[in-house]
Design a protein around this ligand. Structure first.
Ligand code: GLU
Ligand code: ZN
Length: 271
């Protein structure tokens, strides 16, 4: 068994992240497997080395260990480009030049507004007829033609309504040359992750990841989606919520055992 924790270094590690990391860590440990850390820093406009340092320190303080060197997504752009080339050469991607406002205007039905998917408003397909021939454009966002993608893969039951519930997701952002969905799939495969442990907030993204695995000939790990840690008012903890940062609890004198208790994890570590 190989599990991972894959934080984006765009803010402090909060209680919800710590829960996710400890669950993934304990699952691997209990099975005699391996727990990996992966730094998801494709968004270079938001990622900060200082956050990575802080996250690493907090995880270590919590008692987690992992092999080094740690995979960093900003080092992996060539692997993402190769996967995009594969999909582009099969005609499954098209360049999109819409901005948020274009998408919202085109997607909004007069009465109901716009339908929402895991990445926000479901793309109305404005650019679907853009040319798909020639070299892959690297200065445009690239979207997956969901309908075509589903037609070329073995249809599983859950894929039936991905066109209406998810639509043509962005696989390469213009400024990044990749996207969360593409990178996470390529890297989970590259690291031979057998079990993905992550929050229920990513439940809706999982069918996208499974589809990409089918398209790229990659294995599908077992997905475990855990409950989200909420604050006393029942509000989901956001990464920018400094009050619930692990660093804050540490500064206030909390112990790793206190943190485990707060999120309802077993305290005793066997062995
Ligand atoms: N970097 C992602 C996050 O912080 C990881 C998501 C995942 O585990 O797939 O939300
Ligand atoms: Zn477009």
């Amino acid at each position: 068994m190989i599990t991972r924790f894959a934080p984006s270094p765009t803010g402090p590690l909060h209680l919800g992240h710590a829960y996710s990391a400890m669950l993934a860590h304990d699952m691997a440990r209990d099975a005699g497997g391996t727990f990996l850390l992966r730094i998801e820093d494709i968004d270079q406009s938001r990622a900060r080395p200082a956050w990575e340092v802080q996250i690493t320190e907090d995880l270590t303080w919590l008692g987690l260990t992992w092999p080094t060197p740690v995979m960093r997504q900003s080092d992996r752009l060539a692997a993402y480009a190769t996967a995009l080339d594969t999909l582009w050469n099969r005609g499954l991607l098209y360049p999109c030049t819409c901005n948020r406002r274009d998408i919202l205007a085109a997607a909004s039905a007069p009465q109901e507004g716009a339908a929402m998917g895991p990445d926000g408003v479901i793309y109305p397909g404005t650019c679907r007829h853009n040319p798909r021939s020639g070299p892959r454009p690297s200065d445009r966002a690239l979207r997956l033609d969901m309908k075509l993608a589903l037609q070329t893969t073995v249809k599983s039951d859950s894929s039936a309504d991905l066109v209406s519930t998810i639509g043509d997701v962005v696989l390469a952002r213009r400024d990044m040359g990749t996207s969360y969905h593409l990178s996470v799939v390529i890297d989970d495969a590259a690291q031979h992750i057998t079990d993905v442990v992550r929050g229920a907030d990513l439940l809706e993204a999982t069918p996208i990841h499974v589809l990409l695995q089918h398209l790229l000939g990659l294995p599908t790990p077992t997905y475990h989606h855990h409950r989200l840690i909420r604050d006393a008012a029942g509000k989901r903890l956001a990464k920018r919520d400094d009050a619930r940062a692990i660093a804050t609890y540490r500064a206030e004198g909390a112990t790793p055992t206190d943190i485990r208790q707060m999120v309802g994890l077993p305290l005793a570590s066997p062995g």
